[in-house]
Ligand binder design. Structure first.
Ligand SMILES: C[S@@+](CC[C@H](N)C(=O)[O-])C[C@H]1O[C@@H](n2cnc3c(N)ncnc32)[C@H](O)[C@@H]1O
Length: 208
């Protein structure tokens, strides 16, 4: 295997101890997920170790050769936690534009540090499908005010362990300051809101 082929993943995730494997493992334990969509993925390939079909998306042309390489395919085959062959692809496009994907066809939509994925790419998620989102760019806040998503769980990371919980969900998304969270507010600030109680990641279900 050519080390170069996986260097983007190695440098950004393995060396930095930021693979987030447990995040996807917890989701896999709780929900029936086969096909995942990851807009703004950069080189974060960890979901393909857990789910057999993943579409990655970003705006960087250079990622085409990363996702295309034989070395990456070999590496994924070594790391995958399921028996079948992995099936992944990369779309080099702004996720705010229409992506060449079927609507209502994914079991999981992944939003990690990349902007308002929950809103732009909801159309590709099946009704009843799962959104996992952090709040670094305010996207969990965006999902929390959407009538098309239901907040159903949190996932927290402690000492590199990820834990799933459905307890006390009514305690989340309460701002510390007396502000009304709207789409306009989130678009203007473009980062997470300060909440009284927060989690590493939030899990939503697409309602419609
Ligand atoms: C901070 S990186 C996060 C990468 C990865 N999600 C992770 O958690 O490690 C954000 C990525 O989102 C991509 N991104 C931001 N806005 C985008 C858009 N509108 N369409 C496609 N990719 C976008 C950027 O190009 C960048 O690679």
């Amino acid at each position: 295997m050519k080390e170069n082929d996986i260097s983007l993943y190695k440098n950004n995730h393995i060396i930095k101890n930021d693979e987030r494997l447990g995040l996807f493992e917890r989701l896999n334990e709780e929900y029936s997920i086969r096909r995942a969509l990851y807009p703004g993925s950069y080189a974060h390939i960890t979901p393909i170790f857990v789910f057999p079909e993943v579409v990655f998306n970003d705006m960087y042309k250079k990622l085409e050769s990363f996702y295309d390489s034989d070395g990456l395919f070999e590496y994924v085959n070594k790391r995958k936690l399921y028996s079948e062959e992995p099936y992944y692809s990369y779309i080099n496009k702004d996720f705010n534009k229409i992506l060449p994907l079927e609507e209502n066809s994914f079991d999981l939509l992944i939003s990690q540090y990349a902007g308002f994925v929950s809103r732009a790419c909801r159309r590709y998620l099946k009704a009843g499908g799962i959104l996992v989102v952090n709040n670094s760019h305010g996207d969990a806040s965006m999902a929390s005010i959407s009538s098309e998503y239901k907040f159903i769980a949190v996932i927290n990371k402690h000492n590199n362990n990820f834990t799933y919980s459905t307890r006390n969900l009514d305690k989340y998304f309460i701002p510390k300051k007396n502000i009304k969270i709207t789409e306009k507010y989130l678009e203007k600030h473009n980062h997470g809101v300060g909440y009284r109680k927060s989690a590493t990641d939030y899990v939503f279900k697409r309602l419609s």
